[in-house]
Design a protein around this ligand. Sequence first.
Ligand code: HEM
Length: 423
Amino acid sequence: MSVSVSSASPESRDVADLSSHDAFVAGVPHRTFETLRREDPVAWFEEREGSGFWAITRHADIVAVNRNFRRFSSRQGIRLEEMSEEERVARLTMMEHDPPEHTRLRRFVNRGFARPFIETCEKRVRDLVGDMLDKALVRDEFDCVAEIAKPLPLKMLASVLGVSEEDGAWLAAKGDEMIGNSDPDFTDHVVDRVDTDAFRLMPFRSPAGAEVFEYAERQAEVRRRQPRDDVISLLLEPLADGKPLDDLEFKNFFTLLIAAGNDTTRYAIASAIHVLANRPPLFEQLRGAGERLWSTAVEELLRTSSPTMHFRRTATEDCEMHGRTIEAGDKVLLWFISGNHDESMFEDPFRVDLTRDPNPHMAFGRGGPHACLGMWLARLELRVVLQELAGRVRSIRQAGPEARLRSNFINGIKSLPVAVARE
Ligand code: HEM
């Protein structure tokens, strides 16, 4: 499919098709983003199955659009896929709401993911990572995604939600089917390759959504009889204004947590290890790190990993940006991964500088009401994995090619063989 850009765009389109999942399999098309930031910061892309979208690629523009939720709304969906009104209503989560309704919904779970609570989880994270490394480091070579990056977030999510680790593993597989709905390794129902119409009312247009709904219903029944101290119970409690989530709201909320809280952290950990396994001086630097370096290093590794590459908004009125007219109803994609490499915001953006400070990255979004709910949990997991690794391993290097997720939405390394020398 050819990429057609607005008439005023540069003719030399050495530009990857950002609408295509395949354009991201060999790696993030950074050169394209660089060109767009420089020459066409509000660029139009056609889609094979969709009305096309504007790509916003500069850091400052992404913040401005994200902040202006009245003009750039989340209500029509936050992924590229276009939904009928029936689908939209069936699949609504807080992500597809603007304030004030978004604010109301988010209050149900804020407490369970707030920094003070997450900090109390550090010992649990450290114990889990310790066990995983004990097992993995028996060998000199292992797949660090299968051994660490994948199991840790699912175990922690299970613990925060209040379900068993076995259920957590099952939920993570369902999360993969939903979020990885464009990758044949994760689902038989690849959205752009087979007819998924039968599942259009399910989260992510995926049969896995139906299974997660059933699971959520069972968990709710148990907690309605006996509330517990966990996030599922928080979802079922009415807020101070007295209005509880209705049944569909609850199930969609639960599914959102499964989908958003699992693979993103996995890919952030995988990407960080990928960086360190290919740049020995950086790993060496971390081995001697103090508190301050650890906090800047985690932010820098999040910036470079950018697991969630874009989110969508929809224009509610006509407006001008950089000489382009965005019309009401147009899809507008905020390319966080591009903003994270914007040379006007980050000096030498492709250099990994573990001491970079300030580091206003947008791996968790920036400026808008939807800033990532799980950012403190994700930061904690990433830091502890790297600290434990640096404490037990003298050197680490990539031992074979990595496998990448087929997706223009999630920047993910599915497997990454590494070779280590222990202390
Ligand atoms: C490194 C890991 C993670 C990354 C890179 C990430 C990234 C993001 C991004 C970019 C957004 C949207 C921001 C915006 O639109 O402005 C978001 C929202 C969200 N994230 Fe994360 N996330 C991560 C981990 C998690 C975890 C562990 C959870 C826990 C369940 C989580 C739950 C959510 C939820 C529920 C939202 C929607 C928030 C809202 O609508 O108010 N995320 N995340």
